[in-house]
Design a protein around this ligand. Sequence first.
Ligand code: HEM
Length: 501
Amino acid sequence: MPRISHGEAPSLERLAQAQLGTHQINRNLKFPFEFAVTQEPTPFGYLLPELQAPETLLPTSREIRDGLVNLGIAMVEPEDDSTPDSVTPSAYTYFGQFIDHDITFEAKSDSLASISDPDLEPLPLEAITTKLQNGRTPSLDLDNVYYKPAPRQGSRLRLGVVSPQGNRPPNKDIANDLPRQPPRRDPETDRAAIIGDFRNDENLIIAQLHVAFLRAHNAIAIAGRSFDEARKSLRQHYQWIVIKDFLNRIADPEIVQDVLNQGNRFFRPALDQLFMPLEFSAAAYRYGHSMIRSSYNYNLNFRGPKAATLRDLFSLTAVSGQLGGFDTLPEQWIIEWQNFLDEGTNHARPIDTRLTNELFALPAFGKPMPNEARLPVRNLLRGYLLRLPTGQAVARAMGLPVMTPREIEAVAASVSDEQLAAVRACRFSERTPLWYYILAEAAHRMSSVLGPVGSTIVSEVLIGLVRNSKDSILREDNWTPTLGTSGRFTLRDLLRLGGVI
Ligand code: HEM
């Protein structure tokens, strides 16, 4: 059933059921709007299915499972860490998460095995390819914005109104929250956001980005377009941002250009057999977890010594918190996006093997915090469960430089003795879990972007999905943006279109 009681440890499958339950409740209510269309589940698969062999996977043993838990725990950023921020503005961290929530949602493996099981073993290949279902269309089509239960009003999408409290940042109107259910005694539906993917109410920055998308759609509709026209236009401009702005900020621009010019080499699904590659969703695209900061200069109310902590940003949502005790977002928490763009002070943490402490006690996973409430532990165990090949095997299969054990150990040693010990304990420097390898590769190069394997997987999959998307700009001759200035359209332009900067 819908939302999970606060403080309880939910499985992802339960969270997915929660969303379905919300739909059912909505269906029984007489809302003054129509529902957007629903979607059919699609499968998961592998970019490199030939690597499903013992020599290219991690061995199956209790020792490996425990080793992954220890490695995840050792990925915490040391308290006295002095590594400088990356050059990537933090808006792109959450734009990355927003894309994730548009294209992939794997909730089924939690019902096939418990990630907390000390004897966890990889699922049989057949179960992975036949039983897992993607809860999102693997397509850059904004289903997280447009699909059920997103409420429509004519050609527009409905927004929520903020609650009066504190100092509303200048030039902000009240339509700056997600549309929400009213307060209810039932913790599962209480103030739940009525949006295409409930995960966009998991932290306040992604929730505010979702608001920007709703507002951008409305701006196009208000200019005289029908709902379908506005949706197509927003989708296409979003695809443009992904390819022209976002990808070049997080992946090696040469690799991005190569995939655009030469076409995909590894991700080439037939149009009617689209799938989500697990090397991407369970490893490479989780690179973003390392970009998350522990605090943000959020707006004029919450900056400097009063900067918003990640904990604040969780607590001001309905999935991870209680909206600060208000019916809707308190207006003093409306975001000021200029702080999150190039000129702002919030720059992402570098892509590397250290994650901010807050991600080691995710509020959605209950108290006292089990090991599985630590995000890196979840990522590593998920990769093991889903039979991800090692980083070295993927690099070799793609014909890319393979990191040496020495290089991997040097990355681990630069974080902490504990991380180095955890990497050595199970010979993870020779056969490295793919997610850790992707992060190590980026850290080794000490630039703000992913390394060769990470850049290749992320560019191939995102560009491949755009090619196969509804209203794809890569299937139209020379599509160029109509909403920006002189053929340019970036994330900043989208925020401007939505009237949030
Ligand atoms: C505060 C921010 C974030 C939090 C709290 C968060 C939390 C989580 C959690 C709990 C999971 C499920 C882990 C599991 O059980 O396997 C997950 C999955 C995932 N995350 Fe994040 N995440 C955040 C930001 C990001 C960012 C910035 C990115 C990428 C740019 C990202 C990419 C992903 C991907 C690709 C998945 C797998 C989705 C699927 O296929 O189901 N996340 N995240």
